[in-house]
Ligand binder design. Structure first.
Ligand SMILES: *Cc1c(COP(=O)(O)O)cnc(C)c1O
Length: 366
């Protein structure tokens, strides 16, 4: 079976450098925060064209701490996509706030800005666009709506490292941007990791305190904070991998280009890319009417596929006591029944890619 994503191949390519980085931390005697985390924060902020970066424990904490820093409290409402990974919603829920779902644009799979205004109430504080599958959401109209209604914008960029919106890298369009370095992401650690980037000094200082018990000075606690620090081992590994990110993304782009060239006109709906978007193809998601049959045939021919995501957050048992009506989200329901993600990654051998393309063609036709 071809791997859906070969993480070991990623390690093997950079083994010498990664092993040295790990050794550097082991020998430093500094195992919490310290110079590696500070250096990664500087390098990540620079990469994203943002003023500040704060390393945290994972992507969900990045969202959660950013929401706290933005002043989101019990009973507030936060606008989220109806078709995102559940972490976006859980971060809102853990602040005591209510996720208010907005349906996606059916072509780009990203939040439909034309539907945001009717979801705003007097309790709304923040809008969270998610750059799903590595495709930037249409940020300008979203930021315009936020400014008009005095709301903040927190981007969930967990799938969009290096993606560009109107030529500028994701990382500083909204008031804050949350990142995950989960191993399978475009920039992945060898364990959990996350970060927030922002140009806003107040948000930066609050998150920096919040991730470390709400403390700015040791044993002086200004906020009821958390323990959510980026591990210096992961920071050192991320520093090693960051210079390769654009190159690894370009390999994903090449795989996506091959899929797009070879899989049109065979009865699949291929991803649509807006003319202002430079996606980094965290996933290559197609739509197919007879998905279960298609997926089964592909599996039999040795091609693994995944569904991102099979159950929308509002249909999960975790949210069964919150009054969401599945009928209110026809587009998300349709997508979750038809989408399927083909294997994509920076280490896919050309022979695997060719085999996948041939098997997709034969599995869709019959
Ligand atoms: C991965 C992901 C997260 C959560 O990141 P973790 O580091 O796993 O906590 C949040 N939002 C989206 C869209 C993601 O893909």
């Amino acid at each position: 079976m071809i791997p859906f994503l070969d993480l070991q191949a990623g390690y093997n390519e950079l083994k010498v450098e990664i092993d040295l980085a790990v050794q550097r931390v082991m020998e430093s005697g500094c195992y919490i925060l310290g110079p590696e985390v500070l250096a990664f924060e500087r390098e990540w902020a620079d990469f994203c064209y943002s003023t500040y970066a704060i390393g945290v424990a994972n992507g969900m904490d990045a969202l959660c701490l950013a929401l706290h820093a933005m002043g989101v409290v019990n009973g507030d409402e936060v606008i989220v996509p109806s078709n995102t990974y559940i972490a976006t919603w859980l971060a809102v829920s853990h602040c005591g706030a209510i996720p208010v779902p907005v349906e996606p644009d059916e072509l780009t799979y990203n939040i439909d800005h034309r539907k945001i205004e009717s979801a705003i109430t007097s309790k709304t504080k923040v809008i969270i666009p998610v750059h799903l599958y590595g495709q930037p959401a249409d940020l300008d109209p979203i930021i315009e709506i936020a400014q008009k209604h005095d709301l903040l914008v927190l981007e969930d960029a967990a799938q969009a490292h290096g993606a560009r919106y109107k030529g500028r890298r994701i990382g500083s369009h909204g008031d804050a941007v949350a990142w995950s370095f989960y191993p399978g992401k475009n920039l992945g650690a060898h364990g959990d990791g996350g970060a927030v980037t922002t140009d806003n000094l107040e948000i930066f200082e609050r998150i920096k305190a919040l991730r470390n018990y709400g403390s700015r000075y040791k044993y002086v606690n200004d906020l009821k904070g958390f323990n959510s620090r980026l591990d210096p081992l992961q920071a050192a590994i991320l520093r090693t991998k960051l210079p390769y990110l654009d190159n690894w993304n370009s390999r994903r782009i090449a795989v996506a280009q091959m899929y797009t060239n070879h899989l049109h006109n065979i009865g699949l709906s291929l991803p649509c890319v807006a003319n202002w978007a430079s996606p980094v193809w965290h996933q290559y998601v197609v739509r197919c009417k007879n998905r279960e049959n298609f997926q089964e045939k592909l599996a039999c021919s040795g091609v693994p596929t995944l569904i991102h995501y099979p159950i929308p957050p509002y249909s999960q048992v975790a949210y069964s006591n919150d009054d969401y009506l599945s009928e209110s989200f026809p587009i998300t329901n349709r997508l979750s029944n038809e989408i399927i993600s083909l294997p994509i990654g920076p280490h896919m051998p050309p022979s695997d890619l060719e085999l996948i393309i041939n098997n997709v063609k034969s599995s869709i036709g019959s």
